[in-house]
Design a protein around this ligand. Structure first.
Ligand code: NDP
Length: 460
């Protein structure tokens, strides 16, 4: 690292050299971890002005420390299918940072899960959780297990085996998992059941996203999707736009997508398309969310079947085609890197006005650069989808107090949290020389709080 005293005279150079040097180090230390490197690079690009202004973060090695997880736990998950055949998957928990509170972040079951994806998600969670203003650290976990085409009992046996190992590393003051792709209420309940079995008795507050009948919070199911819309509505409002009368497309048809669609429609938007990993449906009359719920929440069906209920809808194979539909607002709510440069070009050429990321890192760096260059409003995931974890933290509070808040109480608090996140992103973007750039604002506002906590807690 350059000599701090000498480079104080040129703080910009000092910051650039530092960021460059640490990024090279991270690339060397994490070879082939494409998603993790993408997530770190995106943060690093935003943080240069922070290091120019506050060189003490450089002396304290904050970037080197914040990009190295506290620990990564990986383990074998052996389970038996309905035919008596044994299968083996890999389980993960990345406990990334606990300076603000217990590790907090979801569990994902998807065949694509690997170390890089787990690390990128846990890393993003540091900044997101910090933005919520709540006392939660950051983690993420999961398995390369594919829940598709598995029976309910197979899923239960898999989850029990997964939790038998993971239970050693989690707890209400240590690490509090929740759901994510492939993990909904049912899986959270199986995890909770197995944890309780192993620990003798009912332990509250070890998981969030539980069934409200058994300690879950009302409004958690809706929180990520609703929160994304609350955040986007704030962003639209300061630019004299709104959901009212807008054409919207939403990728995915899972938990985040369904409730983003529901709230956007409630605010007067027309959602004309949604998707799953096989293809997308387009309905000029507007998507009926109740049908999507019926298919996906209750039926475990493919989105293709939507056409059976609505003859005006058209189905197209291959989910990425959804981005060629004309819209005012696009809400990527499925998975990472679903909008690449080509998809972004289509959206820009069709005069999209705003993008809000409901999923984690759904836009590639090239896509984001294109949106920014073209002056398209952009709500980054770590701010826009923070409503889910914010309500998870509310679930932890309710569990500790042995209280249940009403749906309206939770929804009101969620709105307030999203408003505060938006304001802190906006003011950090102004303070650090990029007014209105919410990507920079979210990265900086999320970073500052954790960095200060890391310094307060000493070198470790
Ligand atoms: P779900 O499993 O409920 O839904 C995921 C949806 O995305 C499904 O429709 C799925 O289709 C689709 N999908 C998955 N992979 C792909 C792919 N490669 N291409 C296209 N579509 C795909 O997950 P969630 O709604 O919970 O999560 C969605 C995103 O939101 C993730 O990025 C997650 O990390 C993020 N997120 C979720 C939070 C939550 O509270 N649930 C909180 C914050 C962020 P199919 O059924 O065919 O697989």
């Amino acid at each position: 690292m350059s000599n701090l005293n000498e480079t104080y005279e040129d703080p910009k150079k000092l910051a650039n050299d530092y960021v460059h040097e640490v990024y090279s180090l991270i690339k060397k230390r994490n070879p082939g971890e494409v998603e993790f490197l993408q997530a770190t690079r995106e943060i690093f690009d935003s943080l240069r002005p922070v290091f120019s202004k506050n060189p003490h973060y450089i002396r304290d090695g904050i970037l080197e420390r914040i990009t190295e997880p506290d620990r990564i736990i990986t383990f074998r998950v052996a389970w038996e299918d309905d035919q008596g055949k044994v299968h083996v998957n890999r389980g993960y928990r990345v406990q990334f940072n606990s300076d603000l509170g217990p590790y907090k972040g979801g569990i994902r079951f998807h065949p694509s899960v690997n170390t890089s994806i787990m690390k990128f998600l846990a890393f993003e969670q540091i900044f997101k959780n910090s933005l919520t203003g709540q006392p939660i650290g950051a983690g993420k976990g999961g398995s390369d297990f594919d829940p598709k085409n598995k029976s309910e009992r197979e899923i239960m046996r898999f989850v029990q085996s997964f939790m038998t190992e993971l239970s050693k590393y989690i707890g209400p003051d240590l690490d509090v998992p929740a759901g994510d792709i492939g993990v909904g209420r049912r899986e959270v309940e199986y995890m909770s059941g197995q944890y309780n079995r192993l620990h003798g008795g009912h332990k509250a507050g070890v998981f969030t996203g539980k069934d409200p009948n058994y300690g879950g919070s009302l409004g958690r199911k809706e929180a990520t999707g609703y929160g994304t819309i609350y955040f986007a509505e704030e962003m639209l409002r300061v630019n004299d736009l709104s959901f009212k009368g807008s054409r919207v497309i939403v990728s995915g048809s899972g938990n985040v997508s369904i409730y983003a669609m529901e709230k956007a429609i409630e605010l007067g938007a027309k959602v004309v398309a949604c998707s799953d990993s096989s293809g997308y449906i387009y309905d000029e009359n507007g998507i009926n969310v109740e049908t999507v719920k019926l298919l996906k929440e209750e039926g475990n069906k493919r989105i293709k079947e939507y056409k059976k209920f609505h003859s005006s809808a058209k189905y197209f194979d291959e989910c990425t085609g959804i981005w060629s539909i004309n819209c005012d607002i696009a809400l990527p709510c499925a998975t990472q890197n679903e909008i690449d440069e080509a998809a972004a070009h289509k959206l820009v050429n069709n005069n999209v006005k705003a993008i809000a990321e409901g999923a984690n890192m759904p836009c590639t760096k090239e896509a984001i650069d294109l949106f920014v260059e073209n002056g398209i409003l952009f709500a980054p995931a770590k701010a826009a989808n923070a409503g889910g974890v914010a309500v998870s933290a509310m679930e932890m509070s309710q569990n500790s107090m042995r209280l249940n808040w009403t749906f309206d109480e939770v929804d009101e608090k969620l709105k307030q949290v999203m408003h505060e996140i938006f304001q802190s992103c906006l003011s950090a973007s102004k303070e650090y020389g990029h007014p209105g750039n919410l990507i920079v604002g979210a990265n900086i506002a999320g970073f500052l709080k954790v960095a200060d906590a890391m310094i307060a807690h000493g070198i470790r």
